[in-house]
Ligand binder design. Structure first.
Ligand SMILES: C[S@@+](CC[C@H](N)C(=O)[O-])C[C@H]1O[C@@H](n2cnc3c(N)ncnc32)[C@H](O)[C@@H]1O
Length: 265
């Protein structure tokens, strides 16, 4: 006979999401459940019924869609992303010479840890933040198999940077800003969490014209205009901005940008 009463792991599996995402759902929504003793139990029928009574309009925000997208593609992300960018982005950070072995680095929108894992040997600690628990599960799995032990992962709410002010030496935002409705607000958060001598590193798509790609990849912006970005950075208080374009494919180019929190000669 099929099981009707599920434990938390089975309930998360029923919805096809990670435990982290499921626990978040329990906190944010009225999911039918009862605590029996010290354990939560779920009725399979009630969960399916609750799911079917949902209304897609609740999830129409593009950033929620983005989160769902990355939850689904986490296991395939390495294969997908390799069509658009490669380790030359990581090499830009390493070759820049600004990594030091006593540094704390924030990798925001870390995904499966493409950047975090790439630079982990050169820093003391990497704080990897992402809205997708499944992407962070991938990061943890890959880091473990590579013997990397200095990456801490945090699942965050959209555009939240849950860190103290002036607490990190380097912020990396690789291929994330084009997913953000208001990149300027997030960049201001990066400025806040950077130590005075801190550095910001951004990698992203240059403006592209491909509506189908934008929709498939759940991009909010069709790339970013580095000139507009530079102006935002100056307004926010960054100095010594460098921008370099790197070709990836004929139709989608990538730029890398560095900026300092304080003015340096
Ligand atoms: C294109 S992937 C880039 C991953 C990685 N940084 C890289 O360079 O390969 C974008 C990542 O940002 C995450 N993300 C999207 N919107 C976010 C937000 N508002 N806050 C934090 N992470 C977000 C996604 O879950 C996904 O893992």
């Amino acid at each position: 006979m099929e099981k009707e009463i599920l434990n938390m792991e089975e309930a998360a599996n029923l919805f096809g999401v990670s435990m982290k995402t499921f626990i978040k759902l329990l906190k944010e929504e009225n999911v039918p459940a009862r605590k029996i003793g010290r354990e939560w139990r779920f009725s399979k029928r009630a969960l399916i019924d609750w799911l079917s009574r949902g209304n897609s309009k609740d999830y129409s925000s593009s950033e929620q869609d983005t989160r769902q997208y990355f939850e689904q593609v986490a296991g395939k992300w390495e294969e997908i992303s390799s069509q658009y960018y490669d380790s030359s982005i990581i090499n830009k950070i390493i070759d820049s010479g600004f990594l030091k072995d006593n540094m704390t680095v924030l990798d925001y929108g870390a995904g499966d840890g493409f950047i975090a894992r790439g630079i982990a040997p050169y820093a003391r600690k990497i704080i990897a933040i992402d809205t997708s628990g499944s992407m962070l599960d991938e990061l943890e799995r890959k880091a473990k198999s590579q013997g990397i032990a200095n990456i801490l992962t945090f699942e965050c709410d959209i555009n939240e940077v849950p860190l103290r002010s002036a607490s990190v030496d380097l912020v990396c935002a690789s291929m994330i800003l084009h997913h953000i409705e208001e990149p300027r607000e997030l960049i201001a958060e990066f400025h806040r969490v950077l130590k005075p001598e801190g550095i910001l590193f951004i990698a992203d798509f240059l403006p592209y014209e491909d509506e189908a790609f934008k929709n498939n990849m759940h991009d909010f912006h069709m790339g970013l205009d580095p000139v507009a970005l530079e102006k935002w950075l100056i307004d926010i208080g960054f100095y010594s901005i460098t921008i370099e374009s790197m070709s990836s494919r004929p139709d989608k180019n990538i730029f890398v940008l560095t900026a300092n929190k304080v003015y340096a000669e």
